[in-house]
Design a binder for this molecule. Structure first.
Ligand code: NI
Length: 160
């Protein structure tokens, strides 16, 4: 278990396509563990493997309400509705912007044992599915922001 270095805006790897995972190896398990460590250390809700420099279709999500979710080779198969709200990304530190996303999303994916799964999400979870799955095809939310990216005051500064 370890914290990995998060790639940030301007790093070209973030614009690349991630490749499907074929089998779960010990290295992939370690990567998933490290992705959760990194996510929690940064207080994020989701992280894609490309953000720690690995071009594999792996996403971890924890919106703090349910069990943590690991998505391997995820694909969005159904969306409906619309939500407009603030979004941020660990690869774009200190910024946030308004993005419109579907309000309901269904994903199919493999779990950590390469068993096929499907899961539905609404609200924040639907937003997280869209945002993280976008990362796997090299897309960043900054290209979908309505209006300007805004500066977000880091929590430590807020407390002073
Ligand atoms: Ni992101």
């Amino acid at each position: 278990m370890a914290i990995r270095n998060i790639r940030t805006l301007g790093d070209e790897i973030l614009l690349k396509e991630s490749k499907p995972v074929k089998e779960i190896t010990p290295r992939i398990r370690e990567l998933i563990d490290d992705m959760f460590d990194t996510l929690y250390e940064q207080d994020g809700v989701g992280l894609a493997a490309v953000q720690v420099g690995i071009l594999k279709q792996i996403v971890v999500i924890d919106i703090g309400e349910d069990d943590p979710i690991v998505l391997i080779n995820p694909r969005i198969v159904e969306t409906s509705g619309e939500q407009t709200g603030s979004e941020g990304c660990l690869s774009v530190p200190g910024k946030a912007g308004i993005v419109t996303r579907p309000d309901f999303v269904k994903v199919v994916y493999m779990d950590e044992n390469m068993e096929p799964q499907e899961r539905e999400g609404t609200g924040l979870l639907a937003r997280a599915f869209c945002h993280e799955i976008d990362h796997l095809s090299g897309k960043l939310y900054v290209d979908k922001v309505e209006g300007d990216l805004k500066d977000v005051v880091p929590r430590e500064e807020e407390e002073e």
